[in-house]
Structures are given as C-alpha cells and as structure tokens.
Design a binder for this molecule. Structure first.
Ligand SMILES: C[S@@+](CC[C@H](N)C(=O)[O-])C[C@H]1O[C@@H](n2cnc3c(N)ncnc32)[C@H](O)[C@@H]1O
Length: 292
C-alpha cells in the first residue's frame, strides 16, 4: 500500500514561504511532503533524508522527474549537521524543515522487517542499519524491570508488568525470535477483556520496542537542535508526531529555544475527513516554529 502523507497541505503551507527556498525533508518516506514542496514552489530545492536505504531508493526512483531540484541522502536526521555541512550548506540558510516522524507504510507492510505483529518475521524493527540492536536483543536480553519500564514508558502499556514477566518466563524456555511468538506471549500475558478489545493487545508493546530499537526520542531531540541551527531567519520548522512523548519533546524544545517563535499555540490535528480516510493520521499532531 502506498504511504498516505499526513497533514500534507497544511505542513507544506506552513513551511513553504519562498518560491526559491532551500528546504529539508528530514523524513522522506514515500516522498509525499518532498513532492508537494517541490511542486508548490517551482524554483525551490529539497534535501531529503531517510535512515532507511530501501525507502530512499524506492522514492528516489518515484521522484526522478524532480531530481534536478532534489538531493537524497541516506542518513539519520540526528546527523543533520554533518549531512548539511557535507553538502556545503551553511548554518542559518535553510528556509524550512519538515519532520514527519515514525514509520512509513512501506516499512509496516514489508513483512520481513518485523514491525508488524500480523506477519511472521524475525523480531528486527530496525528502520536503518544505524540502529545498534534489534528488537530480539531487547526482548531476550533486557532485565525484566527494564523491559517493563520500556514497555510502559514508550508504549503507554498498563499491563507492562505482566507482559515483561511472561516474556521472561518464556525466554527461559526458548529465545523469542519472531513477531508472532512475541505477539502470542503478549496475548497470553494480558487479561481476557484486553485480548478481545479493539486494539490488538501487542500494539503498544510493538510500538515501545520500535521506539527503543531506533532511539526515536533521542534522534528527535538531537535533530531539532541541529535543524534550528540551520534555519534562516523567518524559516520554519514543522514537526508531525504520532506519540505523546514525541509531541512533548517538540513542544518543550520549541518553547526552550529563544531563537524560535512558536507559530502553532495548539498543535494542528487532521480534520474528520482525513482521519476517516487514513487511520494512521488519528494520532497526528503538527507543531510549527519560526526562526527569529
Ligand atoms: C512517516 S514516514 C514519512 C512519510 C513522508 N512524509 C511521506 O509523505 O511519504 C517517516 C520516515 O522517516 C524515516 N525516519 C524515521 N526516523 C528517522 C530518523 N531519525 N532519521 C531519518 N529518517 C527517519 C522512516 O524511515 C520513514 O521512512
């Protein structure tokens, strides 16, 4: 399934002030935001990053008609400073940054990557080769209390204690190697009403592991600081987040950086039409700040 970009028009409208600007899409994914940026300002240039080489190549091919104005770089946005310096971009010279966080549909649909609890695959969940360990390492090697803390903090999972306990019991018998093995362990650990609820019982545990494996919150903190340093006066930084911890980081950072003015007092959220069409957009929050 093609990735459906979230808050596409809104985000691009917020950052796209100049027809000939230089923009950075820190999370290329399926390229929706990059394409819209390039199409809506005919002389603009976009530097697009993704830590996932596979997506980067697919999207580079998809956007090849626009390649004269786009540069595609495989990199984690926590290294934005190195990427931009390598392209001879000076600090305070970028007109806008877009961060559209999390995973894309390509990654979720690629059964082999281990992001989904519906498809049997090795417990991997690395978005890119730069991740230090995979999900199997965390599940099989973290002490029980740390596993519990991780699942509670990054997944908002109320049953983190029970889940961590059953994982530890099971891994004593046999290493937990696949997505479905983990999903079954989680189902076994939680109470029956939760097992039969609206949400798959492993949703929050999988989310927590993905965030930890990819150090998503650490990368976000570093990426925001670096983006702000490269922003030209009047330039804007727009971040779409899907998780309350991410949104908190963005909100706090925008407030704490004295060189930034917050443009969105409250986060912008998708309207009913968008949430009806794209389930993934339901938790999206867009925040925008401008360089003074
Ligand atoms: C939600 S998708 C972006 C979708 C894109 N805006 C579109 O319209 O198609 C997020 C993408 O960001 C990438 N990503 C996540 N964290 C990253 C990081 N720290 N550095 C670089 N890319 C990252 C993921 O690999 C994924 O492809």
């Amino acid at each position: 399934m093609d990735h459906v970009s979230v808050l596409l028009a809104e985000t691009v409208a917020f950052v796209n002030a100049r027809p000939d600007g230089l923009y950075v899409d820190a999370t290329l994914g399926g390229g929706g935001h990059t394409r819209k940026l390039l199409e809506s300002s005919p002389q603009s240039k976009v530097i697009a990053l993704d830590r996932d080489e596979k997506i980067l190549e697919l999207t580079r091919e998809k956007l090849k008609a626009l390649k004269a104005r786009a540069v595609f770089v495989k990199a984690n946005f926590r290294d934005l400073d190195k990427v931009l310096a390598g392209l001879q971009v000076l600090p305070r010279s970028v007109n806008g940054f877009i961060f559209d966080l999390g995973v894309s549909s390509f990654q979720l649909d690629d059964g082999a990557r281990g992001f989904s609890f519906r498809t049997e695959a090795p417990l991997d969940m690395r978005m890119g080769g730069d991740a230090k360990y995979d999900a199997a390492a965390l599940v099989n090697e973290l002490p029980q209390e740390e596993l519990e803390r991780l699942i509670r903090a990054f997944g908002g999972e109320n049953f983190a204690g029970r889940i961590a306990r059953v994982i530890v019991e099971e891994r004593k018998l046999k290493r937990v190697a696949t997505t479905l093995e983990l999903a079954n362990i989680v189902s076994k650990a939680v109470p029956s009403f939760y097992r039969h609820g609206k949400l798959h019982p492993a949703t929050r545990t999988f989310q927590a592991l993905r965030i930890a494996v990819n150090d998503e919150l650490g990368a976000l903190k570093e990426g925001l600081v670096k983006a702000a340093a490269y922003l030209a006066r009047g330039g804007r930084i727009a971040v779409i987040s899907f998780h309350s911890l991410e949104d908190r980081i963005v909100k706090d950072y925008f407030k704490s950086d004295e060189t930034l003015k917050v443009i969105t007092k409250k986060p912008v959220v998708p309207d009913d039409a968008e949430t009806a069409e794209n389930r993934r957009s339901r938790s999206a929050k867009l925040r925008v700040a401008e360089k003074l």
